[in-house]
Design a protein around this ligand. Sequence first.
Ligand SMILES: Nc1nc2c(ncn2[C@@H]2O[C@H](COP(=O)(O)OP(=O)(O)OP(=O)(O)O)[C@@H](O)[C@H]2O)c(=O)[nH]1
Length: 895
Amino acid sequence: MSDVTVKQLAEVLGISVEKLMEQLKSADIPAKSETDTIDNDSKVKLLEFLRGAHGKEKKSLSPRKKVVLKRKSKEVLTVSSGSGISKTKNVNIEVKKKKRSVAPSQSEMAEIEQEREAARRALEERRQQLEAEEKAKEQAAREKIEEERRRTEAAEQAAQAAKEQAEAEAQAEAETTDDETGYEDVEADVSEDAESDDSAEEDTEESEHSDKDSAESLSEEELEEQRREQMVRMQVEKAVQERANRKRRESEKPSRGRKGRKHAEDDDGDTRYGRKQLHVKGGKSRGGKKVTTAASESHGFQKPAAPVVKTVAIPEHITVADLAKELSIKASDVIKVLMNMGMMVTINQPLDQDTAILVVEELGHKAEEAVIQSKAEKLKEETEKEIDSSEAETRPPVVTVMGHVDHGKTSLLDYIRKTKVTGDEAGGITQHIGAYHVKTPKGVISFIDTPGHAAFTAMRARGAQVTDLVILVVAANDSVMPQTKEAIDHAKAAGVPIIVAINKIDLPEANVDKVKQDLAAHEVVPEDWGGDTQFIEVSAHTGQGIEDLLEAISLQAEVMELTAVKNTAATGIVVESSLDKGRGPVATVLVKSGTLKKGDMILCGEEYGRIRSLIDENGQNIKSAGPSIPAVVLGLSGVPTAGDEFLVVKNKKEAREAAQENREQERETRLKRQQAAKLENLMSQMGQEERITVNIVVKADVQGSVEALKDSLEKISNEEVEVKVISSGVGGINNADAQLAAASNAIIIGFNVRADKVARETIKESDLDLHYFSIIYEAIDQVKAAVTGVLGTETKEEIIGIAEVRDVFRSSKFGTIAGCLVSEGVVKRDNPIRVLRDNVVVFEGELESLRRHKDDVKEVQSGTECGIGVKQYKDVQVGDQIECFERIEVQKTLD
Ligand SMILES: Nc1nc2c(ncn2[C@@H]2O[C@H](COP(=O)(O)OP(=O)(O)OP(=O)(O)O)[C@@H](O)[C@H]2O)c(=O)[nH]1
């Protein structure tokens, strides 16, 4: 630092020149004017002076900081005053005690720190010492246990050896007269070889002695015998030694192992025979035994290293108890898992396969679906075995016509078949699947007629399964509609190719390009656009393009190379079924392979029977139906279910038994499903009371309608309501149906069927809800309406007006008043309001006042200014919005 003037220094220090001059003077530093220079020494001097003045120097010099604790005590002293009335005077004396606590100096602190460090070290050493002692103790304990184990083992060996030796001796005694000496000699020799302690050596000496004494008296034969025995003993001894070594290696502590073994050998000798190696004699026979013992010992103490994972085969239904048994656990454990999964179950409750599999997996085991082959499956397998695929011939394609309602499916089929079907249909809608085959110039084509309404979704899906290709009918004036999309989905899901028939091209408003565009958007791309789908323009009215369509079908069929074996027992699928008053059960079947003949015995799901009549689609009796040909079958034991597979079987007995088994299985499954459903109901009512279940009993004229209604009705279900078809079937409504409906509070739906007299009485008595329908969608609409009624009402809020806060006034009389302009709707005095700031609700409450000018008003309309006082809210600000709303009760709907 260089010399500075007084003025510069004053500036640096931030004090006045005068003050600095004073300080310089006090510090004895000569400076007369502000231009005088101050050198470095003077600056240091000034600094020291200033420190001294502020007491800093003193503080830093002070060696110790003293903390003084004072305690006062007071005393009264009586003294003589020497004047006045009273000669004595009381004087208060306050005694203050002082306690000094001296903070340690730095050196003391260092000492303390050292002591602490030493103490820490000592503690650490002690801890380590203790640890080492602990370890040593543990080691010793382990060694002791090991020692014990060896000793026991050795004792066992010795005992065993002694036993065998005793037996051998007894035997030997019987055979020879002078054998004992010989044994002792041999043993003594062996002992010499073996590692042993003093006592063993003593034994050896004794043995050697006796050996010498007796050697001369032994004959050569006896000596030979002894040598042989000795050899045997040595071999056995070697085996024992090896075993011990192996054990020692296994125990991973070689030194201790050896020591322990020695000890054990000491004990070995300590038998009632006083011999060291009594086990030698029985060595030969014991070699195997010993190994067995060792093996059993080592296995006896092994714990499973990992949890045992079981693989359980799960049937379609299994009770909680049975599942627990399969898993070898308590039923309560299974119940616990189910509870965690949100299911309350009882021990005897059947679980469906999926649930049971979940439980098994949750418990860490593996589950697989049980494959139990039914009689029907076995029969099918036998039939398939007989089919010689080398005899396969080309078969006609099976075509399903799909499309949106009224796009012209029936008209198209009608045109192709040259018959009129459209006119006979109730409500103009096709209501059940029919199958027909037509002979075209391009060959035979079989058509399955699927209805156009969404209610038939289930049947359509099934149709796509038996079908080889789908004709998607799209009206050129209507283009792609919801059911068109559904049809595309079904065809794609079944992996069936589509041929698009753009229908109604005779209409002036026909727009073929739009249809193509719309379908392309759903990944059905025309060939001329680079896609793989044939698009044929047709008119079911004029017949235009129909030939092209048939050609396209044949072409597609050719590409697909459809074949089947003709000369074999027939198999196929039930397309439709019903109960005919005169003819009994009627089933429309489609032959998949083989030839179905009149007089064949067929098994058809739960039904069976000999074919009494085989009729074609024109009502003509036929003798047989080959692959891809539909036919109506009469003679079955009951009405089969549409979608059931049929197959020709050899005899009635087989068919009856298989059908019976199918029926039992179905009944069992149904019962279990019902039971599960009931319990589910109970649960849903207990847990979530809001969900309402609407039970329905469905009866219809044909199986297809039953399926379609069931499927569509159950689809009405949503989060709040569950529509459950508890029973369904073909035929009139009988008393059993009515009683079931009464017991489960169900609605009865009759589709083209009526209730009989007894059922009507029960329905009347129980005041049941019965509806008759002949058009599917009407049934669905009515159920929807009924369900909506069940739902009840809900409260909804509706904003009726909004007022913008333009100004805020505060008056002592009215409190905070917001000057507003009603910008939307109407603000009503008695309705609830919310205050919004930047579209966020900041307050919800009600109005205290609503005024126009000076008048209280009931409501203020949009575009009008008003003053609003909000009850219990004073923080209203300019720019806020006051939203006025009302709560209204509305009927809940399903959508
Ligand atoms: N102009 C014209 N009308 C047609 C054509 N094809 C069908 N229609 C008419 O369209 C209406 C519906 O025809 P349907 O054959 O019943 O239609 P769908 O698709 O079978 O209908 P659903 O059976 O109700 O599903 C009828 O009035 C037919 O006359 C056509 O090519 N041109």
